[in-house]
Write a protein that binds this ligand. Sequence first.
Ligand code: HH2
Length: 347
Amino acid sequence: MTLRLRPLPRTSALDRPAPRHDIALPLAGSAFVWVEEVDVVEGRQTCEGLLTTDLDAAQRDRLSRQRPALCGLTLDRPRIMGILNLTPDSFSDGGRLTDPAAAVAAARSMAADADILDIGGESTRPGAEPVPVTEEIARTAPVIRAIRDAGITTPISIDTRNATTARAALAAGADMVNDVSALTHDPEMAPLVAEAGVPVCLMHAKGDPRTMQADPRYYDVVAEVLDWLDARAAAAAAAGIARARILIDPGIGFGKTLDHNMTLLRWLSVFHDTGLPVLLGASRKRFIGTVTGVETAGERLAGSLAVALHGAGQGAHVLRVHDVAQTRQALDMWQALNDPTEAQEQT
Ligand code: HH2
C-alpha cells in the first residue's frame, strides 16, 4: 500500500483560537481550515506523526497549495454545487423537474445560493437502469440552453457518463463535466473533455449502478479509493486533460456499505494528499437514513447539513447538495465561526 499524508484539520472554532504561524499551513488552500499536524499512514494504519515543519517542500505544497479556480470560482472556501435532476426516477427528487419551464424556475431559485448547478438526466441510484443517450440529451441539453437564454450565468456542470450527452450539454452552455464513472464508461469522454478544455470531476464507484450495492468489499476502503482516483487522474492527464482541471470525489454511496461511507468521511482530509480539489456528494443519501432512522430521502436535510459541515471541516472544496439555500445558511454560519481573523481579534 502507498504511504500517504493525512493532514489533521483544525479550525478557529476549536480549542486553540488561531493558527500557530510558525507551523500552520492552510489546508488545500482553505481560508478557514488549516493543518499543523500530519499523520503518515499506510491504508488506515498510522505509521508516524509529523508537524508540517517535518515535511519537505513538495509535501507542504501538495497539502496546502491553493487549488486552481473552478469555472472562475476560487477554491479557498467550500463551494456549493446544487443538484438539478431532470429525471423521473432519482432517489430523492425524481419526477419534480420533467417540465423545462419548472426546471428553469428551479435553476433560477437555486442560482441565488449555489456556486455551480449540476444537471443530470440519468439516475445513478443503486439499482437504476441506464437511460438511452438520446433520452438523456433530450432531458438535459434543451434545459441548459433555456437556463442560459433566461440569463442565468451560474456555472453549469453536466452529470453524465456519456460523451455525446456531455458534448450536447457543453454546446448548450454547460461549463464542466461530472462523470460518476471517472471516464471509464465511455472511451470518447476523455478525448472530449481534453478537447473542450473544461474541468472534470472524477468520482470513484465500485461496479455500475445496477449492481454496485451487492456486497461491496475493499482491502482498505481509504487506500483503494485513493489509489484508484490517483490512477484515474493519471489516465485523464495522459489523455490530455490538464491536471489543473481535474477534481476527485470518493463517491459516497457508490458501491459502499455504511461502514465504507463513514470511514471515507472520517478520513476525507487524506484525499488532499493527491494535490487535487475534493468534491463531496453525500446529500440525502441512504447512509444518512441508516444512521438517523429517517426513511424518506427528502426528510434527510438535517443529517445532510451535518455531513456537509463535516466535509467543510475536512477541507472539501465542493459540496454537491439538494438543499442549496439551507446549505448556504449553514456554511455562512460555519465560515463566520471559523474565520481566523475574527478569532484572533477576540483573544
Ligand atoms: N451522486 C449522485 C449523482 N452524481 N456526482 C458526484 N460527483 N458525486 C456524487 O456523490 C454523486 C454524483 C447521486 O445522487 P443524486 O443525483 O441525487 O441521485 P440520482 O443518481 O438518483 O439522480
